[in-house]
Ligand binder design. Structure first.
Ligand code: 26Q
Length: 833
């Protein structure tokens, strides 16, 4: 038996839960039961802090931030919580007395994939930082029964599988029937056209604790993530429709929150999506009103006490709905007064400038489904357009029969921000110049950041330990302190230690990947394992959603070029390289699926060619998600951030990889620009390609065929991919042809090479040559890498949240020690076991 009292206690609790909940004694419990019981034991620790956090807010009545997002990607809760409560080692030891290791137990948990990519992960990083900084805040979202699909790649073809994260009981969620709210749809039309039957849908809240990293004083706050679900409410089932044989209709409202729409950057105008967006807005606003008014607030104090941040335009209906609720609450309030309050409360973050991603809804659809909100949108539009200075089509909310969500938010909120300086400049000058002229004070920038505790401390404990040894543990609390590493970057012993950690990172990652199986045949069965290269090979990684603008094609074509060069014997001075591409394609995005298949074709060619397979490989990683990122980060040498300049709003993977000591090969796009500035050009040697300004001009007269004709290597590569030695079946050849045609010919829907892959190819190739040269000087490489880590100080989401806090005029509300003390006293019998 162990002699550490904390261990004894936790072990006792674990066994007690196994008995009480599952009727099991330890040797007979399954890994799932041990996982559940462990989480329940941990919850005892968390609950008091959670209650204390909420009670402190109730007592001190600070202004509160309400963060609205259709997406969150928190990753596994359990490991995160273990690190934040500081009991990971302890739990590891306790589990030694069970048949399972900590890794096995953590493995039970499936990532909640409640988001598509960057935007959803950013929301989770922000909640983490809000909690760490002890800000009074709550996050609202939807509890999708099925999150982002599980991706399988069958011989190069993406197959989407339902994500079943809720298959078993989720120990980290708390169903809150007491907070259920009714959301009203349809029922009447303001224009007097046919009115539809009103329906009211019951949304149930599920709360998740987001545990803040403890402050230096060692106390921690807990922020609530509140997700709405329509699933478990039998009331939502329309029995009358069912009896009338309208089965689809009957279940529509119980299944509203069933599925996350799996596309980013593209809107199809789906009715259910609009219903989802309004569900989030209406249920959350009702909850905000309940909180505000139950604590003695009034309409007069609303603008002082409430801040709402909308994560892209998806929750943009807050503008009309908040105005409507305010006017309902205070019938004397004029439209202008309601707008003024709404404006002081709301701010909007833009995450994309791609035209196809700017959200618009058919007026008719909005009017039919949301007549009350539509009436307000229309009134707002009409009122604004009465004024001469607003009479400009580029400022209109309603335009050509559509509701422009961004315009609604630009008029209705206090601030609009982009997510990196370059992006914010584009938002102001190119996307909404007329708005910028009208409301110059609204436009601002908040550069994204990531949770350095998750992506460095939790994902790469060895590197984190090395940092702490050298510069103390201050960086964990204030990431700006990581800059101190600069002074040590020249130290050969540190460089060596860094390289050793990197090598171990690679080995661990490879064994993790290999264990999962890396290849499937055309029937979906996992087949042979994939060859991998040792830690001496350069390991480069491009992990992100598959999208043309992110230019995975540039990456793949470069590998083809390297391969062809090697085949011709030009390998002197060349290093062994292993590339990894991971990411999901939106199910309806044909070109993205082609890119994925093309990558798989190249991958197959490289691993099957005996002449080159020990020197050049491409791994196409299936089902890229948050937990895989955690496994991959520590081993990466080179981070591929090669989007067409001006198109990637910020990027956040770029930050995670750089924090883990990867060097970046990247265009001057999104946050890459600021990262380069912070690190300093000399330590950012692989910057390449057109600038955003050049890219803007490049369309005119662009002829990719000219480049193709003039660059023999590129020509060779593009010719080879359609040759018979590359593909085996007709579908593969079609895929290769489609890729080549999209670059050289274009079609009715798109010009040739819309994202200038060919135009940037040579510059990319040359930057990759610089990579290979530098990689052969390991100490120098390590020095650059250390300086890159040192330059990441301002890319923590703590900094982003401090910037947003200025917009919100929000101040921390630490846990009230008196409350915590009282609670601890009252419930001390828990911790006494
Ligand atoms: C909207 C309506 C219907 C269906 C889908 C959508 C939808 C969903 C997600 C539209 C866009 C998105 C996601 C956008 C996104 O992730 N943008 C990324 O945001 C990151 C965080 O700011 C940035 O770092 C990335 O540069 C940006 O691409």
């Amino acid at each position: 038996m162990q002699d550490n009292p904390a261990e004894t206690l936790l072990f006792r609790k674990l066994r007690r839960y196994l008995m009480v909940e599952y009727g099991k004694r330890l040797p007979y419990a399954s890994v799932e039961e041990v996982y559940q019981s462990l989480c329940k034991a941990l919850k005892e620790e968390i609950m008091i802090h959670w209650v204390a956090s909420s009670s402190s807010i109730r007592k001190h009545q600070p202004r509160i931030l309400f963060y609205l997002s259709m997406e969150y990607l928190p990753g596994g809760f359990t490991n995160n919580n273990l690190v934040h409560i500081g009991v990971k080692n302890l739990v590891g030891k306790v589990l030694q007395q069970t048949p399972f290791t900590l890794q096995e137990v953590l493995h039970v948990e499936k990532d909640p994939g409640l988001g598509n990519g960057g935007l959803g992960r950013l929301a989770s990083c922000f909640l983490d930082s809000l909690a760490a900084l002890q800000m009074p805040a709550i996050g609202y979202g939807l509890r999708y029964q099925y999150g982002i699909f599980d991706q399988e790649i069958w011989d190069g073809v993406q197959v989407e599988r339902p994500d079943r994260w809720l298959l078993r009981e989720n120990p980290w969620e708390f169903r809150r029937d007491d907070l259920a709210r009714y959301v009203e749809y349809s029922g009447g039309s303001c224009s007097g056209k046919s009115s539809t039957r009103a329906t009211s849908v019951r949304a149930i809240a599920y709360d998740y604790p987001i545990i803040g990293f403890p402050s230096r004083e060692n106390d921690f706050s807990v922020v609530t993530l509140r997700l709405w679900s329509t699933k478990e409410s039998p009331r939502n089932f329309a029995l009358q429709s069912y009896n009338a044989g309208e089965f689809g209709q009957a279940g529509e409202n119980t299944s509203l929150t069933d599925v996350l729409y799996p596309s980013d950057h593209h809107l199809a105008g789906k009715r259910i999506r609009l219903k989802q967006e309004f569900l989030l807005v209406s249920a959350s606003l009702q909850d905000i009103f309940r909180k505000h008014f139950s604590r003695g607030g009034s309409v007069a104090t609303f603008a002082d006490k409430v801040r709402i941040q909308v994560n892209d335009t998806h929750p943009g209906l807050v503008i009309p709905e908040l105005m409507r609720l305010l006017m309902e609450q205070a019938p004397d309030l004029s439209l202008e007064e309601a707008l003024a309050i709404t404006r002081s409360v709301t701010s909007y973050t833009n995450h994309t400038i791609l035209q196809e991603a700017l959200e618009e809804w058919d007026e008719e659809k909005v009017e039919e489904l949301l007549p009350r909100q539509y009436a307000l949108v229309k009134r707002l539009h009409d009122t604004l357009t009465k004024d001469k200075q607003y009479q400009e089509p580029d400022l209109a909310i309603l335009h050509k029969g559509r509701v422009r969500m961004a315009h609604l938010l630009l008029h209705g909120s206090h601030r609009v921000n982009g997510v990196a300086q370059l992006h914010s400049d584009i938002v102001r000058n190119d996307l909404f110049p007329k708005f910028a002229a009208l409301y110059p004070e609204k436009f601002c920038n908040v550069t994204n950041g990531v949770s350095h505790r998750k992506w460095l401390l939790e994902a790469n404990p060895e590197l984190a330990h090395l940092l702490t040894q050298r510069i103390g543990d201050g960086w964990i609390y204030d990431f700006a302190e990581v800059r101190k590493l600069i002074e040590h970057a020249e130290d050969p012993s540190l460089q060596e230690e860094f390289l050793a950690i990197k090598a171990r990172g690679k080995e661990k990652m490879f064994s993790f990947l290999q264990k999962k199986g890396l290849l499937r045949d055309a029937y979906g069965s996992v087949t042979s394992s994939h060859p991998l290269l040792g830690p001496d090979a350069l390991f480069s990684v491009q992990i992100k959603r598959i999208h043309e603008y992110k230019r995975q094609l540039l990456h793949i074509l470069h590998l083809v070029a390297l391969y062809l060069e090697r085949k011709e014997g030009a390998s002197s001075g060349r290093i062994a390289r292993m590339a990894l591409i991971g990411g999901k394609a939106a199910p309806g995005y044909k070109k993205a699926k082609d890119i994925l298949r093309f990558a798989s074709l190249v991958s197959r060619k490289l691993r099957e060619d005996l002449q080159t397979k020990d020197a050049l490989l491409l791994l196409v990683l299936e089902n890229y998600n948050v937990s895989k990122t955690m496994q991959i980060l520590p081993g990466v040498d080179l981070s591929e951030q090669i989007s067409l300049a001006g198109k990637e709003a910020s990027g956040t993977g770029n930050m995670k990889l750089a924090m883990n000591g990867a060097l970046t090969i990247g265009t001057d796009d999104g946050a890459n620009v600021e990262m380069r500035q912070e690190v300093g050009g000399a330590d950012w040697p692989f910057c390449f390609g057109m600038s955003a300004e050049e890219a803007k001009q490049a369309r005119e007269g662009y002829d990719p065929k000219e480049i193709y004709e003039q660059d023999p290597l590129l020509k060779q590569a593009l010719d080879w991919i359609v040759s018979s030695s590359f593909t085996t079946v007709p579908e593969e050849r079609e895929c290769a042809l489609a890729i080549r045609d999209s670059l050289l010919e274009g079609d009715a829907t798109s010009p040739a090479d819309p994202y200038f892959v060919l135009k940037d190819f040579r510059a990319y190739y040359e930057a990759q040559q610089r990579v290979e040269t530098l990689f052969q000087n390991r100490p120098l490489w390590a020095k650059h890498a250390l300086k890159n880590i040192a330059g990441m100080g301002s890319f923590s989401s703590d900094r982003s949240i401090r910037d947003y806090a200025k917009i919100w005029e929000l101040t921390p509300c630490p846990v009230d020690q008196e409350i915590l003390h009282e609670l601890s006293q009252e419930f001390s019998f828990f911790s006494g076991g």
